[in-house]
Design a protein around this ligand. Sequence first.
Ligand SMILES: C[S@@+](CC[C@H](N)C(=O)[O-])C[C@H]1O[C@@H](n2cnc3c(N)ncnc32)[C@H](O)[C@@H]1O
Length: 278
Amino acid sequence: MTTEDAAQAAPELRPEVLAYYERGEEDGRLDRGANRLEELRTRDLLLRLLPPAPARVLDVGGGSGRYAGWLAGLGYRVELLDPVPLHVEQARRRPGVTARVGDARALDVPDASVDAVLLLGPLYHLTERPDRVRALAEARRVVRPGGPVVAATINRFAGLHDTLYKENYFDPARRPHVDAVTVDGHLRPSAEQPGFTTAYFHQPGEVPGEFEAAGLAATGQYGVEGAAWLMGGLDAWLADEGRRATVLHAMRLTETDPALLGVSGHLLTAGRRPEPLG
Ligand SMILES: C[S@@+](CC[C@H](N)C(=O)[O-])C[C@H]1O[C@@H](n2cnc3c(N)ncnc32)[C@H](O)[C@@H]1O
Protein backbone atom coordinates (compact mmCIF):
# COMPACT_ATOMS: atom_id res chain seq x y z
CA MET A 1 0.00 0.00 0.00
CA THR A 2 1.35 3.47 -0.84
CA THR A 3 1.16 6.39 1.57
CA GLU A 4 -1.69 7.94 -0.48
CA ASP A 5 -3.68 4.68 -0.54
CA ALA A 6 -3.22 4.34 3.20
CA ALA A 7 -4.60 7.80 3.91
CA GLN A 8 -7.65 7.15 1.70
CA ALA A 9 -8.43 3.68 3.03
CA ALA A 10 -8.20 4.50 6.76
CA PRO A 11 -10.36 1.87 8.48
CA GLU A 12 -12.77 2.55 11.33
CA LEU A 13 -12.16 1.78 14.98
CA ARG A 14 -14.86 -0.40 16.55
CA PRO A 15 -17.38 1.91 18.30
CA GLU A 16 -17.15 0.06 21.64
CA VAL A 17 -13.33 0.36 21.62
CA LEU A 18 -13.59 4.09 20.95
CA ALA A 19 -16.24 4.48 23.68
CA TYR A 20 -14.03 2.55 26.15
CA TYR A 21 -11.01 4.81 25.58
CA GLU A 22 -13.13 7.98 25.49
CA ARG A 23 -13.77 7.35 29.20
CA GLY A 24 -10.30 8.83 29.64
CA GLU A 25 -8.87 6.19 31.98
CA GLU A 26 -5.91 5.16 29.83
CA ASP A 27 -3.59 8.00 30.86
CA GLY A 28 -3.45 6.89 34.51
CA ARG A 29 -3.59 3.15 33.85
CA LEU A 30 0.12 2.52 34.22
CA ASP A 31 0.37 4.14 37.67
CA ARG A 32 -0.98 1.22 39.65
CA GLY A 33 -0.14 -2.38 40.66
CA ALA A 34 0.57 -4.85 37.86
CA ASN A 35 0.23 -2.03 35.31
CA ARG A 36 3.09 -0.20 37.04
CA LEU A 37 5.20 -3.33 36.60
CA GLU A 38 4.08 -3.45 32.94
CA GLU A 39 5.43 0.07 32.40
CA LEU A 40 8.73 -0.50 34.23
CA ARG A 41 9.39 -3.75 32.40
CA THR A 42 8.32 -2.39 28.99
CA ARG A 43 10.77 0.47 29.46
CA ASP A 44 13.50 -1.96 30.50
CA LEU A 45 12.92 -4.05 27.35
CA LEU A 46 12.62 -1.06 24.98
CA LEU A 47 15.97 0.29 26.16
CA ARG A 48 17.49 -2.96 24.90
CA LEU A 49 15.38 -3.42 21.73
CA LEU A 50 15.44 0.11 20.24
CA PRO A 51 18.35 1.72 18.42
CA PRO A 52 20.00 4.49 20.47
CA ALA A 53 18.64 8.07 20.60
CA PRO A 54 18.15 10.22 18.58
CA ALA A 55 16.57 7.45 16.46
CA ARG A 56 13.19 8.23 14.91
CA VAL A 57 10.45 6.13 16.59
CA LEU A 58 6.87 5.75 15.36
CA ASP A 59 4.59 4.86 18.29
CA VAL A 60 1.48 3.35 16.68
CA GLY A 61 -1.46 3.07 19.08
CA GLY A 62 0.62 5.06 21.54
CA GLY A 63 -2.40 6.06 23.64
CA SER A 64 -1.90 9.16 25.75
CA GLY A 65 1.85 9.02 25.12
CA ARG A 66 3.29 7.50 28.29
CA TYR A 67 6.07 5.74 26.36
CA ALA A 68 6.35 8.43 23.69
CA GLY A 69 6.90 11.14 26.32
CA TRP A 70 9.49 9.05 28.13
CA LEU A 71 11.35 8.29 24.87
CA ALA A 72 11.28 11.95 23.84
CA GLY A 73 12.85 12.78 27.22
CA LEU A 74 15.67 10.37 26.38
CA GLY A 75 16.36 12.21 23.13
CA TYR A 76 14.36 10.08 20.65
CA ARG A 77 12.40 11.80 17.87
CA VAL A 78 8.92 10.41 18.50
CA GLU A 79 5.81 10.52 16.36
CA LEU A 80 2.62 9.03 17.85
CA LEU A 81 -0.47 7.83 16.02
CA ASP A 82 -3.69 6.75 17.71
CA PRO A 83 -7.30 6.49 16.50
CA VAL A 84 -8.72 8.00 19.71
CA PRO A 85 -8.77 11.83 19.48
CA LEU A 86 -8.63 12.20 23.29
CA HIS A 87 -5.37 10.21 23.38
CA VAL A 88 -3.87 12.34 20.62
CA GLU A 89 -4.81 15.50 22.50
CA GLN A 90 -3.20 14.16 25.71
CA ALA A 91 -0.06 12.96 23.89
CA ARG A 92 0.43 16.35 22.22
CA ARG A 93 0.82 17.97 25.64
CA ARG A 94 3.99 15.95 26.26
CA PRO A 95 7.21 17.80 25.41
CA GLY A 96 8.91 16.49 22.27
CA VAL A 97 5.97 14.32 21.11
CA THR A 98 4.27 14.86 17.75
CA ALA A 99 0.85 13.17 17.66
CA ARG A 100 -2.01 12.75 15.22
CA VAL A 101 -5.03 10.54 14.62
CA GLY A 102 -4.20 7.38 12.68
CA ASP A 103 -4.84 3.66 12.38
CA ALA A 104 -2.23 0.88 12.48
CA ARG A 105 -3.71 -0.73 9.34
CA ALA A 106 -3.19 2.32 7.14
CA LEU A 107 -0.24 4.48 8.19
CA ASP A 108 0.08 7.91 6.56
CA VAL A 109 3.85 7.61 6.85
CA PRO A 110 6.35 7.29 3.95
CA ASP A 111 8.13 4.00 3.20
CA ALA A 112 11.36 3.29 5.13
CA SER A 113 11.15 6.64 6.91
CA VAL A 114 11.53 5.68 10.60
CA ASP A 115 14.19 3.79 12.57
CA ALA A 116 11.79 1.77 14.74
CA VAL A 117 8.05 1.09 15.09
CA LEU A 118 6.18 0.36 18.33
CA LEU A 119 2.78 -1.34 18.29
CA LEU A 120 2.01 -1.43 22.00
CA GLY A 121 -1.74 -1.92 21.87
CA PRO A 122 -3.19 -2.18 18.36
CA LEU A 123 -2.65 -5.93 17.93
CA TYR A 124 -4.96 -6.87 20.78
CA HIS A 125 -7.78 -4.64 19.55
CA LEU A 126 -7.48 -6.01 16.00
CA THR A 127 -9.36 -9.20 16.70
CA GLU A 128 -9.04 -10.74 13.23
CA ARG A 129 -5.69 -12.09 12.03
CA PRO A 130 -5.79 -10.41 8.58
CA ASP A 131 -6.11 -7.01 10.30
CA ARG A 132 -3.16 -7.75 12.59
CA VAL A 133 -1.01 -8.91 9.68
CA ARG A 134 -2.02 -5.77 7.78
CA ALA A 135 -0.90 -3.60 10.75
CA LEU A 136 2.41 -5.46 10.96
CA ALA A 137 2.90 -5.16 7.18
CA GLU A 138 2.38 -1.41 7.48
CA ALA A 139 5.00 -1.30 10.25
CA ARG A 140 7.36 -3.24 7.98
CA ARG A 141 6.73 -0.79 5.11
CA VAL A 142 7.54 2.34 7.10
CA VAL A 143 10.57 1.11 9.07
CA ARG A 144 13.99 1.29 7.45
CA PRO A 145 15.53 -2.04 6.32
CA GLY A 146 17.04 -3.73 9.37
CA GLY A 147 14.95 -1.59 11.73
CA PRO A 148 13.02 -3.12 14.65
CA VAL A 149 9.27 -3.50 15.07
CA VAL A 150 8.17 -4.21 18.66
CA ALA A 151 4.59 -5.33 19.29
CA ALA A 152 2.66 -6.01 22.50
CA THR A 153 0.05 -8.73 22.83
CA ILE A 154 -2.08 -9.83 25.78
CA ASN A 155 -1.56 -13.43 26.76
CA ARG A 156 -4.39 -15.95 26.43
CA PHE A 157 -4.69 -16.63 30.17
CA ALA A 158 -4.21 -13.04 31.41
CA GLY A 159 -7.93 -12.61 32.14
CA LEU A 160 -8.14 -15.90 34.00
CA HIS A 161 -5.06 -15.16 36.10
CA ASP A 162 -6.10 -11.57 36.78
CA THR A 163 -9.66 -12.37 37.87
CA LEU A 164 -8.52 -15.29 40.01
CA TYR A 165 -5.90 -13.11 41.67
CA LYS A 166 -8.47 -10.35 42.29
CA GLU A 167 -11.03 -12.98 43.41
CA ASN A 168 -13.68 -11.92 40.83
CA TYR A 169 -13.38 -15.41 39.40
CA PHE A 170 -15.12 -16.79 42.49
CA ASP A 171 -18.28 -14.96 41.36
CA PRO A 172 -20.20 -17.62 39.36
CA ALA A 173 -21.83 -14.90 37.22
CA ARG A 174 -18.47 -13.67 35.95
CA ARG A 175 -16.69 -16.98 35.46
CA PRO A 176 -18.27 -18.10 32.13
CA HIS A 177 -17.19 -14.86 30.45
CA VAL A 178 -13.59 -15.34 31.60
CA ASP A 179 -13.62 -19.03 30.70
CA ALA A 180 -14.82 -18.23 27.17
CA VAL A 181 -11.70 -16.15 26.49
CA THR A 182 -9.45 -19.05 27.42
CA VAL A 183 -11.09 -21.15 24.69
CA ASP A 184 -10.64 -18.95 21.61
CA GLY A 185 -8.89 -15.80 22.83
CA HIS A 186 -11.80 -13.49 21.97
CA LEU A 187 -12.85 -11.09 24.70
CA ARG A 188 -16.42 -10.08 23.92
CA PRO A 189 -17.58 -7.55 26.48
CA SER A 190 -21.21 -7.52 27.55
CA ALA A 191 -23.28 -5.04 29.55
CA GLU A 192 -23.16 -7.38 32.59
CA GLN A 193 -19.38 -7.69 32.48
CA PRO A 194 -17.37 -4.66 33.55
CA GLY A 195 -13.74 -4.48 32.52
CA PHE A 196 -11.81 -4.32 29.29
CA THR A 197 -13.26 -3.85 25.81
CA THR A 198 -13.24 -6.03 22.65
CA ALA A 199 -9.84 -7.69 22.31
CA TYR A 200 -7.96 -10.77 21.19
CA PHE A 201 -5.69 -12.60 23.67
CA HIS A 202 -2.87 -14.43 21.87
CA GLN A 203 -1.04 -17.61 22.61
CA PRO A 204 2.66 -16.61 22.53
CA GLY A 205 3.37 -19.09 19.74
CA GLU A 206 0.90 -17.39 17.37
CA VAL A 207 2.68 -14.05 17.20
CA PRO A 208 5.88 -14.94 15.30
CA GLY A 209 3.69 -16.43 12.53
CA GLU A 210 1.84 -13.11 12.21
CA PHE A 211 5.20 -11.28 11.98
CA GLU A 212 6.44 -13.69 9.28
CA ALA A 213 3.16 -13.34 7.33
CA ALA A 214 3.78 -9.56 7.28
CA GLY A 215 7.32 -10.02 5.95
CA LEU A 216 9.04 -9.34 9.27
CA ALA A 217 11.72 -11.62 10.68
CA ALA A 218 10.75 -12.32 14.32
CA THR A 219 13.83 -11.97 16.53
CA GLY A 220 12.59 -12.55 20.07
CA GLN A 221 9.72 -12.78 22.55
CA TYR A 222 9.74 -11.38 26.07
CA GLY A 223 7.34 -11.82 28.95
CA VAL A 224 6.64 -8.30 30.23
CA GLU A 225 5.45 -8.85 33.81
CA GLY A 226 6.67 -12.44 34.10
CA ALA A 227 5.10 -14.19 37.07
CA ALA A 228 5.62 -11.19 39.39
CA TRP A 229 2.30 -9.55 38.49
CA LEU A 230 0.55 -12.40 40.34
CA MET A 231 2.52 -11.97 43.56
CA GLY A 232 0.81 -10.44 46.59
CA GLY A 233 3.62 -8.12 47.69
CA LEU A 234 4.03 -6.38 44.36
CA ASP A 235 2.77 -2.87 45.21
CA ALA A 236 5.04 -2.63 48.26
CA TRP A 237 8.02 -4.05 46.37
CA LEU A 238 7.69 -1.51 43.56
CA ALA A 239 7.36 1.35 46.04
CA ASP A 240 10.76 0.44 47.52
CA GLU A 241 13.66 1.42 45.25
CA GLY A 242 15.93 -1.48 46.18
CA ARG A 243 13.23 -4.11 45.95
CA ARG A 244 11.96 -2.64 42.68
CA ALA A 245 15.42 -3.12 41.14
CA THR A 246 15.51 -6.68 42.47
CA VAL A 247 12.10 -7.50 40.96
CA LEU A 248 13.28 -6.14 37.59
CA HIS A 249 16.45 -8.23 37.85
CA ALA A 250 14.42 -11.37 38.59
CA MET A 251 12.07 -10.74 35.66
CA ARG A 252 15.04 -10.30 33.31
CA LEU A 253 16.21 -13.79 34.28
CA THR A 254 12.95 -15.40 33.15
CA GLU A 255 11.80 -13.04 30.36
CA THR A 256 12.61 -15.28 27.37
CA ASP A 257 12.04 -18.72 28.90
CA PRO A 258 9.52 -20.45 26.58
CA ALA A 259 7.85 -22.25 29.49
CA LEU A 260 7.12 -18.95 31.24
CA LEU A 261 6.16 -16.65 28.33
CA GLY A 262 2.43 -17.32 28.72
CA VAL A 263 2.38 -16.65 32.48
CA SER A 264 3.02 -12.97 31.90
CA GLY A 265 0.04 -10.65 31.36
CA HIS A 266 1.61 -9.05 28.29
CA LEU A 267 4.19 -10.22 25.81
CA LEU A 268 6.51 -8.20 23.60
CA THR A 269 7.50 -9.71 20.27
CA ALA A 270 10.36 -8.07 18.40
CA GLY A 271 11.12 -8.40 14.70
CA ARG A 272 13.11 -6.70 11.96
CA ARG A 273 12.45 -5.60 8.43
CA PRO A 274 14.85 -7.76 6.43
CA GLU A 275 17.75 -6.02 4.70
CA PRO A 276 17.70 -6.31 0.90
CA LEU A 277 19.86 -9.21 -0.36
CA GLY A 278 23.19 -8.53 -2.03
C1 LIG B 1 -4.17 -0.33 26.13
S1 LIG B 1 -3.88 1.03 25.07
C2 LIG B 1 -2.10 1.10 25.07
C3 LIG B 1 -1.56 2.49 24.91
C4 LIG B 1 -0.04 2.60 24.97
N1 LIG B 1 0.58 2.12 23.74
C5 LIG B 1 0.51 1.81 26.15
O1 LIG B 1 1.15 0.79 25.94
O2 LIG B 1 0.31 2.25 27.27
C6 LIG B 1 -4.23 0.44 23.43
C7 LIG B 1 -4.15 1.56 22.40
O3 LIG B 1 -4.32 0.99 21.10
C8 LIG B 1 -5.05 1.93 20.33
N2 LIG B 1 -5.64 1.23 19.17
C9 LIG B 1 -6.72 0.43 19.12
N3 LIG B 1 -6.96 0.04 17.87
C10 LIG B 1 -6.00 0.61 17.10
C11 LIG B 1 -5.72 0.62 15.70
N4 LIG B 1 -6.48 -0.05 14.84
N5 LIG B 1 -4.66 1.33 15.25
C12 LIG B 1 -3.90 2.02 16.13
N6 LIG B 1 -4.13 2.06 17.46
C13 LIG B 1 -5.17 1.37 17.93
C14 LIG B 1 -6.07 2.46 21.31
O4 LIG B 1 -6.65 3.67 20.88
C15 LIG B 1 -5.22 2.61 22.56
O5 LIG B 1 -4.63 3.88 22.64
